[in-house]
Design a protein around this ligand. Structure first.
Ligand SMILES: Cc1cc2nc3c(=O)[nH]c(=O)nc-3n(C[C@H](O)[C@H](O)[C@H](O)COP(=O)(O)O)c2cc1C
Length: 181
C-alpha cells in the first residue's frame, strides 16, 4: 500500500525558503510513497484546558486526524533565535495530546533546517530533534541536513538548481523512505 509522508514547515511566510524546499522535496519522493504539505498556521496556541475539558478546537481535530493518517513526517524549518519557530513547537504540542494519543508516536521523521546565514539552522535542527526523542520518532541521522545560504538555492520558479543540494535532499528522502520499509 502507498505510504503517505506529511511535510511540516516551520515558517508561515508567503515567500518562505523552507516552503520552497518542501515543494522541491515533494518531487523527490518516489516509488510507492507520496508526500503532502500539512498546514499548521491555523492551529490555535496550545492550551491544555482544551483537552482537559473536551473542548478541542476544530483545527486541532482536523490536524490530529490528518497526522494519524501519515506514515512518516518531514520537518523543514528555519531557525528563530537559535531555536525552533513557535509554530512548529505548537504543532508538536497539539499533536502530542490528549495524553496517550500522540499522533507522533513511532513515526519515522526527517529533520531539515535551513538559513540564509552560514550555520544552516543547526540550533533549530537539534532543538527539534530533542523533542522528537521524547515523542518517540525514530529520526534519520545521516545525512544531517543543515542547508546554509538557502536564499541562493532557487531559480525564479522556486526550483532548486544546485545539483549537489538536490542530491543531498534525495539521499535524505531515500533514507526516510528506507525507514518505512
Ligand atoms: C524572529 C526571527 C529570528 C531569526 N533568528 C535566526 C537565527 O537564530 N538563525 C538564523 O540563521 N536565522 C534567523 N532568522 C532569519 C531566518 O533564517 C530567515 O528569516 C529565513 O528566511 C526564515 O525562513 P523562511 O524563508 O522559510 O521564512 C530569524 C528570523 C526571524 C524572523
Amino acid at each position: 500500500m502507498a505510504k503517505h509522508i506529511g511535510i511540516i514547515i516551520g515558517s508561515l511566510r508567503k515567500d518562505s525558503f523552507n516552503r520552497k524546499l518542501a515543494q522541491n522535496i515533494q518531487k523527490l519522493i518516489t516509488g510507492d510513497a507520496e508526500a503532502s504539505i500539512i498546514e499548521i498556521g491555523g492551529l490555535e496556541l496550545y492550551n491544555q484546558d482544551y483537552d482537559d475539558f473536551d473542548q478541542a478546537p476544530q483545527s486541532y481535530k482536523a490536524f490530529r486526524k490528518t497526522m494519524q493518517s501519515v506514515d512518516a513526517v518531514i520537518f523543514i524549518t528555519p531557525e528563530y533565535n537559535r531555536s525552533i519557530p513557535a509554530v512548529i513547537k505548537n504543532a508538536l504540542d497539539v499533536g502530542s495530546r490528549p495524553y496517550g494519543k500522540s499522533v507522533w508516536d513511532g513515526k519515522p521523521a526527517l529533520v531539515i533546517s535551513s538559513s540564509p546565514g552560514a550555520f544552516g539552522g543547526f540550533g533549530a535542527n537539534h532543538q527539534l530533534r530533542q523533542s522528537l526523542v521524547f515523542l518517540n520518532m525514530p529520526t534519520v541521522q545521516q545525512p544531517e541536513m543543515y542547508l546554509h545560504h538557502v536564499n541562493e538555492c532557487f531559480d525564479a520558479e522556486g526550483n532548486i538548481v544546485n545539483q549537489d543540494i538536490l542530491k543531498m535532499l534525495k539521499t535524505a528522502a531515500d533514507a526516510l523512505q528506507k525507514m518505512l520499509g
